[in-house]
Structures are given as C-alpha cells and as structure tokens.
Ligand binder design. Structure first.
Ligand SMILES: [Zn+2]
Ligand SMILES: [Zn+2]
Ligand SMILES: [Zn+2]
Length: 329
C-alpha cells in the first residue's frame, strides 16, 4: 500500500504541457520514440507527482511486525501521442505498436536497476479510474517490492506448475478456446477473454496463445507488435461502448536479477509464468461490484460479458462497421 499526502491539484492549469506547441512548458523528456513518416512522437517523462522517487536505497527496516521502506522507485509518464484528443481505441495500429514497444524498452531498461524487483506499465482511463493528467498517457512504475496481487499470481503459477508441470495460463487459454464461452477476440497469436473468476463486470484479459513469461523480452525479440496492437485496440473499442473508464495493467515477470532475491526462488519462472494484459473496466453506475477482504462479487457473468463484447463493433470507425452490418441485412 502506498500512502501519501498529495496536495489537491490547483484549479485547471492554463495549457496542457504535453500538447504540441507547449513543449516549452513541458519538462525534459527521458526518452522519445518517433512516429513513422509523421511528425510527433511517444515521449517519456518523469511523473510530475511520482509515487516513487529514483534516488537512494530502499532501506527496508522492521518496525514491530511491519517492514517499513522509503518509496524508492521510478514513476514515468508515457505520453502516447502529441494529440490531446487521441484515443487508443481509435488510434492507428502502427502507433499502438510503437507504444507497446516503448513500454517494453522502458521496462527492459529499468530492470537493469537491481534495486527494483518489479517494473510494470498501467493505464488509468477516465476520471473515475483516477486519470489525473488529461493528456493521453500510460504510466510505468518500478518498485523495490512485488505488488501483492502480482506476487499472489506468481506464487499460484509456481504452485500449479510444481503439481502439473504445465503453465496455468497455457491450460486456461486452451480450455477457453475449446469452450469458446468467454472468448471475446482471437488472432493467430493472441486471445482476449473474460476470465472465469472476473472481479468486475467486463473484465478482459489479453493473453498470448504461446508461452512466454516476460512481455518485454517477448516483444523486443519478436521485432514487431502489430498483432498485439490490433487485438488491444479492438478490445478497447468494444469496451468503450460499455464504459469509458478502465484500469489496464500489464502483468509481466519480476526482475529476477534484483539484488535481494533469494537464489533459486524463481527457478521455474520462465516455464510457470505467462505474461498478459488485464483490463478492469469501471461500470459503477450499472452494477454493484465490490470487494470485501479479497472476496469479489461480480454482477455480470463472464459468459454474458464476453457474448456482449464480441457482438460490439470493433472497427476504428464504428459508423463504417454499422453501415456494413446494415448492408448485410
Ligand atoms: Zn495535451
Ligand atoms: Zn504459458
Ligand atoms: Zn495477472
């Protein structure tokens, strides 16, 4: 859990520092990745209100039964486009592929810092999802600990593998494909599904149909990310017709080079863990999903969520798909 006393944000800032033309007021970019054949780029900045700061040691120390540590880490803002009104669900898939590549490059880079046990990317879309900065962006965090939910998932995967000698997500993917009940989208290498134990209505996972534990190693070795960009864009386009707010979190392998790792603890990680993207939509007005002590109640079954999402248009221009359906009738 991260605790901070954030000052309330001042009433609406005059101009967006991340928009084209306002570069003078934006901070120095850490990194930038140009768009192909067009002006503009994906730019990475230090987050203006970071959850973690990069300098110093974590200094874990005991305080009674609790471990206390300074919030050492990295928190980056990945500005997805120079266009303030851009939306991943309508973006050019080449640009989304660039963004995915940028995520992989930044994670790979920060994993070289041995203080960090976990590096990941997330995106809060919409006010109710806690999107603080209006300009389209995703965020990267590197922390000296593994977030609790990821740790739980890593341990479950490890435990499943130790019993069955198979990866749990490979098994789930195969079964979902056979049953087809919770599948929303499928391509040669990727599967989008509403997980069996969905925590919120319309929860959506994007899972590779082949085994790989690390998003960044996988993406950087593949050389292109167009197929993943395509299924991600289609999923978001469908989802945005149900709600415009969601959390997106990338689940990838932890930093096994981290200094404080017990040698051998992640011995089967490459075989047992399977990277994936989790999207948690916020549909608060329609449902009463809530969680009590890790027990989740979800008011829409993953089967009906998948059926509805599958039927929603996913083209970049919903109008053209609608007219297409009209012609078919
Ligand atoms: Zn802007
Ligand atoms: Zn697997
Ligand atoms: Zn996960």
């Amino acid at each position: 859990m991260l605790i901070g006393d954030a000052e309330p944000a001042p009433p609406s800032a005059p101009a967006c520092a991340y928009c084209t033309g306002n570069e003078g007021s934006s901070p120095q970019a850490i990194y930038s990745l140009p768009f192909e054949n067009r002006p503009g780029a994906i730019r990475v900045f230090a987050h203006p209100r970071p959850l973690y700061t990069i300098d110093g040691k974590a200094d874990r120390r005991a305080e009674g039964i609790y471990d206390k540590m300074r919030t050492v880490g990295a928190h980056e803002l990945i500005v997805e486009s120079p266009d303030h009104e851009s939306h991943l669900s309508r973006a050019d898939e080449h640009d989304i592929a660039h963004l995915l590549r940028c995520w992989a490059l930044r994670i790979d880079d920060l994993k070289k810092d041995l203080r960090f046990k976990y590096v990941t990317v997330f995106k809060n879309q919409g006010d109710v999802a806690g999107q603080e900065i209006k300009h389209p962006h995703s965020e990267l965090t590197a922390s000296p600990f593994i977030p609790r939910r990821i740790l739980y998932e890593l341990r479950s995967s490890q435990e499943y593998y130790s019993r069955k000698e198979r990866c749990v997500l490979c098994d789930i993917g195969r079964q979902e494909e056979q049953q087809g009940l919770r599948v929303v989208d499928i391509s040669g290498n990727f599967l989008a599904l509403c997980p069996f134990a969905s925590r919120v209505p319309y929860e959506l996972w994007i899972v590779p149909r082949y085994h790989h534990s690390s998003f960044e190693a996988d993406l950087l070795s593949r050389g292109e990310a167009m197929e993943l960009a395509g299924i991600l864009r289609r999923c978001l386009a469908r989802l945005e017709q149900v709600t415009d707010a969601y959390h997106l979190v990338l689940h990838t392998s932890p930093n096994t080079n981290s200094r404080r790792e017990v040698p051998g603890y992640w011995a089967t990680l490459e075989e047992d863990y399977h990277w994936h993207i989790e999207i948690l939509p916020i549909t608060q007005t329609q449902t009463k999903s809530y969680s009590i002590k890790e027990a989740y109640y979800c008011s829409t079954s993953p089967e009906s969520a998948a059926a509805r999402l599958k039927d929603l248009p996913s083209s970049r221009d919903p109008l053209s798909q609608r007219s297409l359906e009209f012609q078919r009738k």
